[in-house]
Design a protein around this ligand. Structure first.
Ligand code: BYC
Ligand code: FE
Ligand code: FE
Length: 475
């Protein structure tokens, strides 16, 4: 099968033999990486997956059983929007670029590589989870997320190959060589080197880390480099499902936790084989604080450059009145002599923080929903996001210590509270001990509630995964 057949695309690959050859050369390395570092096991099983087949909002995806290595990872750019004008920064109003402007080559490559690197990293982080899926519904969700992160890698590699020549091809190789958590060749951003060994972490990751992806992609979808804007815009259509998986996944764990708490004579969900609410809170503290790092430093000249040059905008740039952002100031909380104080920063240097604000609001919204679930169960407990200053190791709060509420505290105070605020080795071992696979259609592990409904109109009992050798048509 030729590459144009095996890769659905709307970038007219067939008419660009040089690009086609470059991608054809990269494809076997990708497949080898998928076999080595993608889901462990399940590669011969039939998974009911969504595949992107076009950019038509009403029919962009096709659902069917597919073996993961046969998944058709396609390349799609959404149709151009915004009238071909750069929307923001110093070049506002000038035509968008179809080619990389020479002077922006280095920084653009860096942005694309940073984005690209997260995609395979997340697949590596999640590679063992299939073995302990709490249901077929959840197993399918995991693999859906994994193949789509693979497609996001393809989307970025296409840009590297088409627009960055030899450098781009080398970067594309590098993306398959780094490994999440590896001492010598780790993934670029910190969170993507954390372990996700159990499903509570998977749901936290898709809730909090994929949500960083949403805000970063949306900012890149404003880019004056037109192919990047259109590639990231299409990635966002798939991203919605990843976020749904995380947000509803946590909600289902919360719901079940409440049921088990009420059922236990001592109100102890753990005694009933579930995850208690305080443990869920610790996971939130860990994963939220890890994900907020991904927005970069609070005061960042890199962010100012990305914006000034027209490469990376704000979330929904259209909603702002001033697209140059030269005038405003932003007030950042800094620590001075042990006390929090406000410091005014030129807006352009605070754009990482502006984006982080949008993200934090969105996370707050989800926490309110989870709390509604607890309230409906009649329990008093409430979940909360920690302060964005809590447990940071990048940016200006790194090396300092803050309580969950954001108050400055000493290193000793922090250490004294660590086991109350963050997952302990015992907590992790306990959560892992609950991870027993459930593979009977329609059945769910004890620690999680079923979802409200099945995927795309299917019943919850639908056979989302047909195991190889399980008989008949699974072959
Ligand atoms: N870990 O000015 P600063 C997704 C570095 S998630 C390690 O503060 P800047 C997905 C930084 O590179 C979305 N290093 O920050 C989710 C710089 O290095 P140099 C991913 C970090 O440059 C789930 C230095 O610290 N997309 O799609 O504004 C599953 C100080 O730089 C970190 C993007 O990231 C960190 N957390 O960087 C699958 C979009 N943070 O210059 C997928 C592209 C900062 O000192 N990236 N550094 O060597 C960017 O726009 C920017 O690079 C950042 C912020 C947002 C990461
Ligand atoms: Fe992605
Ligand atoms: Fe994602």
């Amino acid at each position: 099968m030729s590459l144009t057949d095996s890769i659905p695309n709307n970038v007219d690959l067939a008419s660009d033999p040089k690009l086609l050859r470059a991608l054809e050369k990269w494809q076997p390395s990708f497949l080898q990486w998928w076999r080595d570092m993608g889901p462990d096991g399940f590669q011969e099983d039939l998974i009911w997956l969504r595949t992107a087949v076009s950019v038509d909002p009403d029919g962009w995806a096709h659902y069917d059983y597919v073996k993961m290595p046969d998944y058709r990872w396609g390349i799609f750019l959404t149709p151009q929007k915004g009238g071909g004008m750069i929307k923001f920064g110093d070049q506002q109003g000038k035509p968008t670029w179809d080619q990389v402007p020479g002077e922006l080559r280095g920084i653009l490559r860096r942005i694309i590589v940073t984005q690209a690197d997260t995609e395979p990293a997340s697949v590596e982080q999640q590679r063992m989870l299939g073995k302990t899926a709490p249901s077929l519904y959840d197993m399918r969700a995991l693999f859906q997320v994994n193949v789509e992160e693979g497609r996001h890698l393809w989307a970025m590699v296409h840009l590297l190959h088409q627009y960055f020549g030899k450098d781009g091809r080398e970067e594309a190789e590098g993306l398959l060589e780094r490994r999440s958590g590896d001492k010598d060749k780790p993934r670029i951003l910190s969170t993507f080197n954390e372990k996700t060994e159990e499903w509570l972490s998977f749901f936290m990751f898709t809730m909090f880390t994929d949500r960083d992806g949403k805000y970063q992609l949306a900012s890149l979808a404003e880019s004056g480099f037109d192919p990047l804007a259109r590639a990231t815009q299409f990635m966002l259509t798939e991203e919605a499902f990843h976020l749904f998986t995380g947000e509803t996944g946590v909600d289902r764990v919360v719901k079940r936790s409440c049921e088990l708490t009420k059922q236990d004579p001592n109100g102890d969900a753990r005694a009933q084989g579930g995850i208690d609410l305080p443990t869920i809170q610790k996971w939130i503290n860990f994963w939220f604080s890890s994900a907020v790092e991904l927005f970069g430093g609070e005061i960042s000249s890199n962010a100012a450059d990305y914006f000034a040059t027209g490469l990376k905008g704000r979330y929904k740039e259209d909603k702002y009145a001033d697209h140059r952002a030269l005038e405003g100031v932003y007030s950042v909380d800094v620590l001075e002599n042990g006390k929090l104080a406000k410091r005014e920063v030129a807006l352009r240097n605070a754009l990482n923080e502006v984006l982080r604000d949008e993200y934090v609001d969105d996370c707050e919204r989800a926490v309110r929903k989870w709390n509604k679930t607890i309230e409906a169960a009649g329990l008093e407990y409430r979940l909360a996001l920690p302060s964005r200053r809590f447990n940071r190791s990048m940016g200006m709060y790194a090396g300092l210590h803050f309580a969950l509420t954001g108050e400055p505290i000493t290193a000793e105070e922090f250490e004294g509270k660590r086991s109350e605020w963050l997952p302990t080795p015992e907590d992790r071992a306990f959560v892992k001990s609950l991870m027993v696979p459930v593979t009977e259609p329609g059945k769910f592990a004890n620690w999680i509630s079923p979802p409200a409904q099945g995927v795309k109109g299917t019943p919850i009992e639908f056979e989302y995964v047909k195991f190889h050798g399980a008989g008949g048509d699974a072959e």
